[in-house]
Design a protein around this ligand. Structure first.
Ligand SMILES: [Zn+2]
Ligand SMILES: [Zn+2]
Length: 274
């Protein structure tokens, strides 16, 4: 499968000159499977560019586009009103959060609210595409096309989900917006076990994390520890803090690589095949 980063930033998009290299758009990652289908992880502002690419070709119109959300904080849904395929009446889009213990608020209501006229000029119902919402309370799912997904809920204000995606023996794990606490969450180690690529929240430095308890994120050191203990092959550090400029992140990346040689900071437009 091929993974491409369209948004790597956490919390809020940034557009300053010092944010070009690692990227200023919020969370969005595409996964293109060997069977030709595509899934999208999170709908942060990075999804705008991905949507344009899908409209320009490469994706059959009859395909249902799955957008799988880790959770519904702004930085993971705010790009959806700018996702061009959602305005195409020939397309089918499924917005999904699988996993148990979901909060009572319905996914459809959250997206409906985001596009009320107090916030946005076009209401959800007028976008055009056939948009479905799916919230199955499952921990495992196997698609008819040979892709299997395991789901694990983790600690984050309001809750968030991590995903282990497998196709033809290759494993991608996506685990963002996670606060481990004093020790690493053992469920995350299980989820990431022997993954070919782990994408993990690394918003803070060790020092920043001590000041940001309860904000729902990990330090780079914690992401590295998960990668080491789970025996992953590659680690993409993800959800960069909006205060961390390119020079700052480049230094951080160098330090991370000294500890785990197959670690790197996710950059916008970066593509990885596993
Ligand atoms: Zn986030
Ligand atoms: Zn969040």
């Amino acid at each position: 499968m091929k993974i491409k980063f369209y948004g790597t930033r956490g919390s809020i998009p940034v557009a300053d000159r010092d944010y070009v290299e690692y990227g200023g758009n919020t969370s969005c990652v595409s996964v293109r499977f060997n069977n030709g289908r595509i899934a999208i992880l999170d709908a942060g502002t990075g999804i705008r560019k991905l949507g344009k690419e899908l409209m320009q070709g490469g994706q059959a119109q009859h395909d249902n586009i799955f957008i799988v959300l880790s959770h519904t904080h702004w930085d993971h849904i705010q790009g959806f009103p700018f996702f061009a395929p959602a305005y195409d009446s020939k397309r089918k889009i499924t917005l999904v959060i699988p996993g148990k213990m979901r909060n009572a608020k319905k996914l459809q209501d959250i997206f409906f609210t985001q596009m009320q006229d107090e916030y946005f000029p076009v209401p959800l119902k007028k976008m055009g595409a056939k948009i479905h919402f799916w919230e199955p309370a499952i921990t495992n799912y196997t698609s008819p096309f040979g892709v299997s997904v395991s789901v694990s809920r983790h600690n984050h204000p309001g809750g968030a989900y991590g995903y282990r995606v497998e196709e033809e023996g290759k494993v991608l794990v996506y685990c963002t917006d996670i606060e481990h606490g004093e020790t690493i969450d053992p469920q995350v180690i299980d989820l990431a076990k022997d993954a070919d690529l782990l994408i993990h929240d690394s918003q803070y430095t060790r020092e920043e994390l001590t000041q940001k308890k309860g904000w729902g994120h990990s330090s780079c050191e914690q992401a590295l520890e998960v990668a080491e203990r789970a025996g992953v092959k590659k680690l993409a550090l993800f959800h960069h803090d909006p205060e961390h400029s390119d020079p700052f992140l480049a230094t951080l990346e160098e330090e991370c690589r000294q500890r785990f040689t197959e670690a790197f900071l996710a950059k916008e437009n970066m593509e990885i095949e596993i």
